[in-house]
Design a protein. Structure first.
Length: 317
């Protein structure tokens, strides 16, 4: 297990527990009672540490290297996943994945950003930062789902759309804007879930839906804390302060009315128990799909437009 800096008390207890088990095996002494005490102490310490997380610590959890990504959730929640490739224009963007899958017998279109699980895959997946062809692929798959009257679930986890020169040349801004325009009008149920990082237009490009949820230890805002700190203070050293000021956590987003709900994670984060995290997420998706099916398409579209039109504050002078 990998631990973050603020989880040092938990890491120390795990280290002591491992030594205890090792000594018990070597000496042949029954240490089960002591092991149980340590496990209870670890649980209590984890509860204490994670009950008072700062915004920056939640950002760190959202980036934990063991945190499950889009394909991990799809694998655990569904069967018969058929990944579809390409935008029929430029190429297949590996940072954006999607395809049909069976969710307890119902066919659903799953789309999401995918980060790599090791150094080589991170390069191939471009660290979850999609190019314009990634967003065009996502839109192609959404239109395909609409054609066959299948609901859409998007899983958002990106530090932002790729900001490279080539991406701008191929129309990054237009591709994201087109997705916003088209997703508002989709006639099938659309559920969007931020499972990790939700940064800027990169997240919003697949984030327009009837219901938008966030996992407990995810974040959603216009800019990452590091980049915000760089702009305001010309250094990354104020990223913790930037995280607090941005009000980017799931709790803040829920209070602002920018998301429809927060999905609890296993104690310690989704990476501690990915199977449990996927099971919790699956229940919420199924409940929400059942709710959205009862609403006719025209009413759903009207409600979707009203929902996003009400966001933000403005004043006419």
């Amino acid at each position: 297990m990998q631990f973050l800096d603020f989880e040092k008390p938990i890491a120390d207890l795990y280290e002591q527990l491992d030594k205890l088990k090792e000594n018990g095996q070597k000496s042949g002494v029954d240490v089960s009672a002591t092991v149980n005490e340590y496990e209870q102490k670890i649980l209590a310490t984890r509860q204490e540490v994670h009950s008072k997380l700062t915004s920056w610590q939640k950002v760190q959890l959202s980036r934990h290297p063991d945190r499950p990504y889009t394909l991990a959730y799809i694998e655990r929640m569904t069967t018969n996943f058929l990944e579809l490739h390409g935008d029929r224009n430029v190429k297949d963007d590996k940072a954006m994945v999607g395809g049909f899958a069976e969710l307890d017998g119902e066919t659903v279109m799953f789309i999401g950003q995918q980060k790599g699980i090791n150094t080589k895959m991170r390069q191939i997946r471009n660290f979850g930062m999609a190019n314009p062809e990634g967003y065009r692929k996502a839109l192609r798959l959404m239109k395909l789902a609409e054609k066959f009257n299948k609901p859409i679930v998007t899983l958002i986890d990106t530090p932002g759309a790729f900001p490279g020169l080539e991406a701008e040349e191929r129309g990054q801004g237009e591709a994201i804007a087109r997705n916003l325009f088209e997703m508002v009008k989709l006639r099938v149920p659309v559920i969007c879930i931020i499972i990790g990082e939700g940064a800027s237009g990169g997240a919003l490009g697949i984030g327009i839906g009837d219901r938008v949820f966030m996992l407990e230890n995810s974040w959603y805002t216009v800019i990452s804390p590091e980049n915000c700190s760089t702009i305001l203070w010309r250094t990354w050293n104020f990223k913790e302060k930037a995280a607090e000021e941005l009000k980017l956590t799931s709790d803040h987003m829920s209070k602002f009315g920018l998301v429809d709900g927060v999905i609890k994670e296993p104690l310690g984060g989704a990476h501690v128990n990915p199977d449990e995290a996927a099971a919790i997420l699956k229940v919420r998706i199924k409940e929400t799909l059942a709710e959205l099916r009862k609403i006719d398409p025209d009413t759903r579209i009207e409600q979707r437009i009203d929902k996003f039109s009400r966001m933000g504050f403005f004043e006419e002078r």
